[in-house]
Design a protein around this ligand. Structure first.
Ligand code: AHR
Length: 534
């Protein structure tokens, strides 16, 4: 973490501590309470990598089939088989990168099944045991990325594949030379090489990816890192493909051992292998198997889930500390390439399809996690919410020709200006919101400066009952105007449905400037993003 970010964090913690002491002695008030924020735009931290707003699209349930891919003969409007409505919605999110084809699916995926005129029908044993038509393969994925303007994060099969199979896939995708594989790619409709931004070397190799020990995985990692090459001439000097190793999936001793093993080896790595990122998976679940309902829940479940999601901060701190030990220059990114809420499957759906609703609670959960990633921008340089469409904490839900945008979608849309913006420290008194024996910070906030000089602030009021009056002192900027949007809804479990798609949508918020002070009200259970122009 950069010095200014550390100072900001220490200030926050001190202020949270002070607030905890003072709130404990006062009865909770219902009228809007005041929150003082202090933004110093003259001090900046790390760049907030746009890839922390990445997405994950696995061959799972209706994540790809029906959700993205309907085929060229569908009556649902599509471009070369890819839904036009979903593409238009995703374009507005400026999705930087999409991780594909899994997940657990990746370690059983054989890429040759998904190219050419005759697709092989296989099974998807991980996710409902259904037939995998392989209609959505390499070319369809790349076409989809082209349509939404995104980059490829390809996870290769380490569990049941071979280094040769993965190396040939990369040659197929990326070489410009007239090899047999490149000619095959051209015959399949794409003479020019594709770009692959990130390469995931396995997925959860400690579990569904082959139940490997860290040492065994490390030996595989070295082989795949050595032989699976990107040949695209445009990616040799600039835009080099980043190799992401499988990393931890929690905070117990087995996970610290995993991170230790990979990072220790990295510290003394030879020229013949390298990594640029270590993945981390962390779902907000409270307990396995996921049992929290995604609909019709109350304030207690709201606070339990938000408490669980805030554990992301400690998890990142823990694994970053190990990474700092072996990589103080922070060459290796921590890539949280699976995160989000995982609830019980919606009744009546195939449990293997991981279908859940998405509520205002999820919007707040998303904002809190994005804020955590932004505060760790020096190490966390990638994250992929699970998943993009129809699966887990989705952006979009579809049912045949119908589509609805979820509350989480709107948070990602409101946060677009933070992509590649520079972190600006914010100090504030987080206060405390209490429900039963759970205490949460009442407010969370981040700020960043974009390349045009605008300062962006994102503020979340976690308290579902109490509005907050924010008075933000803005230093290092001569503010001329402030505009923004807020996302809230009548209840913590409010959702958007096909019938009522606009229950949880952002609305303009009024923010006043008084000299260098920004004054606005944060509605209970809301996420607000403000642009301050000078
Ligand atoms: O996102 C669903 C699954 O969760 C992924 O396939 C796997 O990597 C993780 O366990």
């Amino acid at each position: 973490m950069a010095l200014d970010q550390r100072v900001s964090l220490v200030l926050r913690l001190l202020l949270v501590g002070l607030a905890l002491t003072s709130v404990a002695s006062t009865a909770p008030a219902r009228a809007a309470e005041k929150v003082a924020l202090s933004v110093d735009a003259s001090t900046t931290g790390a760049k907030i990598d746009r890839n922390i707003f990445g997405q994950f699209a696995e061959h799972l349930g209706h994540g790809l089939y029906d959700g993205i891919w309907v085929g060229p003969d569908s009556t649902i409007p599509n471009t070369r088989g890819i839904r036009n409505d979903v593409v238009a919605a995703l374009k507005a999110l400026r999705v930087p990168i999409v991780r594909w084809p899994g997940g657990c699916f990746a370690d059983e995926y054989h890429w040759r099944n998904g190219i050419g005129a005759q697709r092989v029908l296989t099974l998807n044993p991980n996710w409902g045991g259904v037939i995998e038509p392989n209609a959505f393969g390499t070319h369809e994925f790349m076409d989809f990325l082209g349509q939404i303007g995104s980059e490829a994060y390809v996870s290769i099969n380490v569990g049941s594949g071979t280094a040769r199979e993965a190396a040939e896939w990369l040659e197929y995708m990326t070489t410009k030379e007239s090899t047999t594989l490149a000619k095959e790619r051209a015959a399949n409709g794409h003479p020019a090489p594709y770009e692959v931004g990130d390469l995931g070397i396995g997925n959860e190799s400690w579990a569904c990816g082959g139940n490997m020990t860290p040492e065994y995985y490390l030996s595989q990692l070295k082989i795949y890192s050595r032989f699976v090459r990107n040949f695209n001439p445009a990616q040799q000097d600039k835009k080099q493909m980043l190799k992401i190793a499988v990393g931890p999936g929690g905070d117990g001793p087995e996970w610290t051992e995993w991170t230790e093993t990979i990072m220790k080896a990295y510290q003394h790595h030879e020229w013949s292998w390298d990594i640029n990122g270590l993945s981390m998976h962390s779902y907000t679940v409270v307990r396995w198997p996921p049992s929290f309902a995604s609909v019709r829940f109350g304030e207690t479940e709201y606070t339990q889930i938000l408490k669980a999601t805030l554990a992301m901060e400690d998890l990142i701190n823990k694994h970053s500390a190990i990474m700092d030990k072996y990589d103080p220059q922070k060459r290796v990114a921590l890539v949280v390439d699976e995160w989000g809420a995982w609830y019980a499957p919606l009744p009546g759906t195939n449990p293997g399809f991981l279908v859940q609703q998405n509520s205002l609670r999820d919007a707040i959960l998303a904002a809190l996690n994005l804020n955590i990633f932004a505060r760790h921008a020096d190490r966390v340089r990638g994250a992929n919410i699970a998943q993009m469409v129809n699966v887990l904490q989705a952006m979009i839900m579809t049912d045949k020709e119908k589509m609805v945008l979820t509350p989480t979608y709107y948070v990602f849309k409101m946060y677009v200006p933070f992509q590649d913006a520079t972190f600006v420290p914010v100090a504030f008194d987080a206060g405390t919101y209490t429900k039963g024996d759970i205490k949460l910070p009442r407010v969370d906030a981040i700020a960043a400066r974009d390349t045009t000089g605008k300062v962006w602030m994102a503020m979340t009021n976690l308290d579902p009952n109490q509005a907050l009056e924010v008075e933000a002192n803005l230093a290092g900027i001569a503010p001329k105007s402030a505009t923004g949007e807020t996302l809230t809804a009548p209840k913590v479990d409010s959702v958007n449905t096909f019938e009522a798609p606009n229950t949880v949508v952002p609305k303009p918020v009024s923010a006043k400037l008084q000299g260098s002070k920004l004054i606005l009200k944060l509605e209970p259970k809301s996420v607000t993003v403000i642009a301050v122009e000078q």
